[in-house]
Design a protein around this ligand. Structure first.
Ligand SMILES: [Zn+2]
Length: 149
């Protein structure tokens, strides 16, 4: 992306975060040439993120899928939906900060585990015990579904 001050191409992202309720990502960028900082807003629809699954197949990143898994791990725990949504925002910020077009599902799983660990021990153990065995967010979701029945 070009710097709006000096028109050079050498800019880098120093921070990315989702804008709540606006389906966009706010990015702080810094120009390596002149050192000035500026902000861009990018629509989520224009940032296609692909998830690489364990078998190397690809699928579109789906926030709801991950959020569903977290909600299942938090089943009957004293954790509000709002808290889970905030956690999801933090997780997405980390994912989008990677600046990659494709991310492995294992990486997403690791980020989710890190965040859950801080939030709730029981939810973390539920998530981690199943997740570590399967190392794949999709298989994990299926297994977790069975566990909760
Ligand atoms: Zn510049």
């Amino acid at each position: 992306m070009k710097c709006p001050f000096c028109n050079q191409e050498n800019t880098r992202v120093i921070d990315s975060r989702p804008v709540p309720d606006n389906n966009s990502i706010r990015r702080r960028r810094q120009c390596d040439e002149c050192g000035k900082r500026f902000t861009t807003y990018e629509k989520i629809e224009t940032i296609p993120l692909t998830v690489i699954k364990k078998d190397q197949s690809r699928e579109q990143y789906d926030r709801m899928k991950i959020q569903d898994g977290i909600m299942r791990a938090c089943y009957k725990r004293p954790i509000s939906v709002k808290t889970i949504e905030n956690l999801m925002d933090e997780i997405e910020t980390e994912i989008f900060n990677k600046e990659e077009k494709e991310v492995p599902s294992t990486l997403i799983g690791e980020i989710v585990m890190d965040k859950l660990k801080e939030l709730d021990a029981v939810a973390y153990v539920r998530f981690a015990s199943v997740y570590r065995e399967f190392k794949d967010i999709d298989t994990f979701m299926d297994e977790l579904k069975k566990m909760m029945k």
